[in-house]
Write a protein that binds this ligand. Structure first.
Ligand SMILES: Nc1ncnc2c1ncn2[C@@H]1O[C@H](COP(=O)(O)OP(=O)(O)OP(=O)(O)O)[C@@H](O)[C@H]1O
Ligand SMILES: [Mg+2]
Length: 270
């Protein structure tokens, strides 16, 4: 490889589309949303506060992602798992919060779980239009900057949408293109559905540079991890997060651990 690491499929998929100007403008000019540390805690988001021991694992992941941004120009990273309910959205929200404390970058948390999006409820946002409506051609592209934090949320409203068609649309290509062409300081953390729920996670990966695979201690099997990595591509694996790790750093042994030995960025150009 590895001349190829930056010529990711996202570029290839985007080649024949033009960046969406509405998306580009909304990324630069988000609506400011009232926000407070209390709201973060009530949504289970600890990553904003580096003194909180529960933020520690997320800070480790942040370090890894910032390194990939610097060394590999990683701009869009997905958060995914094999099966439902292992804590992807929890991890995505907390990694985004942790990243937002880096003054060099601006972080966007993008809800790409188009059917079961949960970032809006985690952050207490009631969007007028979600990402699914935007992609369907119906609504505005909405971006919400949390007041006092360098974190912008791009929510979706969920529902039984034809997510595969939406993700394959020219509008989706234009959106990802606009994200990729945006200010180089912007970094996008994308919450995804489970790999084995439908084709969406695999389809979306074509637009993304890397992914974090969330697994749950005692629940996710080695086979599921292997099959997920095979489906999503080993080259883009930025790391594995073991959630609900007993004896970990979250309260009541409800912790998070991370492993980064393989995949994206681990291989060298020489
Ligand atoms: N380490 C953790 N500590 C405390 N609560 C957690 C942890 N991980 C997940 N949770 C909680 O478990 C529930 C499920 O997590 P979450 O919604 O993030 O999972 P998910 O993988 O995104 O699910 P889905 O597949 O439905 O999208 C949420 O209420 C979340 O707050
Ligand atoms: Mg989720």
């Amino acid at each position: 490889m590895h001349s190829s690491i930056n010529q990711i499929p996202g570029d290839a998929a985007d080649r024949h589309s033009t960046p969406d100007q509405f998306v580009a403008d909304a990324l630069d000019r988000p609506e400011v949303l009232g926000w407070s540390p209390e709201r973060a805690l009530s949504g289970g988001i600890y990553g904003f506060n580096s003194i909180d021991p529960r933020s520690r694992s997320f800070n480790l992941v942040r370090g890894r992602l910032l390194e990939l941004k610097r060394s590999r120009n990683m701009r869009l990273v997905g958060v995914v798992s094999a099966t439902p309910n292992v804590g992807k959205s929890f991890v995505a929200a907390n990694i985004s919060a942790s990243l937002s404390r880096d003054p060099q970058i601006r972080t966007y948390a993008v809800d790409l779980d188009l059917r079961r999006g949960s970032l809006s409820s985690q952050f207490g946002i009631i969007p007028e239009n979600g990402l699914n409506e935007y992609l369907a051609g119906g609504g505005r592209f909405e971006t919400y900057l949390l007041d006092g934090e360098a974190l912008t949320i791009i929510p979706t409203r969920g529902g039984m949408v034809h997510s595969a068609e939406l993700l394959a649309s020219a509008r989706a290509r234009g959106m990802f293109q606009a994200m990729r062409r945006s200010n180089p300081d912007y970094l996008f953390v994308c919450d995804l559905p489970p790999v084995f729920a439908n084709d969406d996670a695999v389809a979306t990966m074509a637009y993304l540079d890397a992914y974090i695979l969330v697994s749950e201690e005692g629940l996710t099997t080695e086979r599921e991890i292997k099959d997920s990595v095979e489906a999503l591509g080993r080259q883009k694996l930025a790391g594995v997060v073991l959630n609900k790790f007993k004896g970990g750093v979250l309260s009541d042994g409800y912790g998070v651990e991370s492993y980064y030995a393989t995949g994206y960025g681990a291989e060298r150009d020489d």
